[in-house]
Ligand binder design. Structure first.
Ligand SMILES: [Zn+2]
Length: 301
């Protein structure tokens, strides 16, 4: 489900499964489109997106959740002007970026709001979410974070949307998988975002074997060697069908002059894939990682 409507998973094409157009870390009760000029954001970010369209990228997954600068009107305009298929999300981030209401209401009530976005559209538009974005801090799950994961599981169960969870270490993994299982959500419907934070390729490979999507989404020039090692180890371990590659790049940072300094979205295809190729990874595997896998990970059953 893209911001301009449903697309068959096979038509996603070359995809960046974890990037950001805009983020605003000011806090849940203060964030909103009044904090920036949308025309300026378009002016700054349009050329960045045109660069990847020129690389043959067809789809772009925007991972900025609500209360952190999600702006579906902005994404729609950028999609129309670049031809890129852009996915947005429902769900919520983690403390301290949760609104006060999240602490008061139940997981079921929280999920109702997110399911409503799938049924009626986001922020008064007809734009629907393409996945559920959540986040947890390191360590065991606090009560409110467990509630957010439960709400995500309920939403996934009723809408079919895949859940993507920002993770900072491996400690909450089993607890999250248990919540999902309890609600009948298969590991195949869960993307472990920033999986590289788990450190060990062996741990990631084991999760991949259980069906979890392993998102190595911090691929940058400065981290190239670490990611090359991880990706090769995972491919060696047979995780080809569960691996996602992206950069967590961008973005217009609200509050800074013209959004501050952006990281281009081009490195994965211009810099990193050529390294994998040199290391002997076949072309068909590279295509699988960058096209078939995102198509399957974000597919609605
Ligand atoms: Zn991110």
């Amino acid at each position: 489900m893209t911001v301009t409507g449903a697309v068959p998973p096979g038509k996603l094409g070359r995809t960046l499964p974890h990037e950001h157009v805009l983020t605003d870390f000011v806090g849940a009760d203060r964030s909103g489109p009044h904090r920036y000029r949308r025309e300026e954001v378009v002016e700054v970010m349009l050329p960045r997106l045109q660069e990847i369209a020129a690389q043959g990228v067809r789809s772009f997954v925007d991972c900025t959740p609500m209360y952190l600068g999600r702006d579906v009107r902005l994404l729609q305009e950028l999609s129309r002007r670049t031809g890129l298929q852009i996915l947005t999300n429902t769900g919520q981030y983690k403390e301290p970026f949760l609104p006060e209401s999240t602490f008061r209401i139940s997981a079921e009530e929280l999920a109702q709001g997110w399911i409503g976005e799938m049924e009626r559209g986001i922020d008064g538009t007809d734009v629907r979410p393409g996945f559920i974005k959540t986040a947890v801090p390191p360590g065991a799950l606090a009560a409110v974070q467990r509630k957010v994961i439960e709400a995500a599981a309920i939403t996934s169960g009723r809408t079919g949307l895949t859940i993507a969870t920002h993770m900072e270490d491996g400690e909450p993994v089993e607890e999250i998988l248990a919540v999902l299982e309890h609600r009948g959500v298969a590991p195949q419907r869960w993307i472990l975002v920033h999986a590289h934070n788990l450190g060990s390729a062996a741990a990631m490979a084991q999760l991949a074997e259980r069906g979890v999507w392993i998102s190595l989404d911090g691929v940058r020039r400065e981290s190239e060697r670490e990611f090359l090692r991880l990706a090769l180890d995972l491919l060696e371990a047979g995780a080809e069908k569960r691996l996602l590659l992206s950069q967590d790049a961008g973005w217009y940072n609200v509050g800074e002059e013209r959004g501050g300094q952006q990281v281009p979205y081009t490195f994965l295809f211009a810099g990193f894939l050529p390294r994998l190729r040199e290391a002997g990874v076949p072309e068909a595997t590279l295509r699988h990682l960058t096209e078939a896998n995102p198509g399957e990970a974000f597919a609605l059953p």
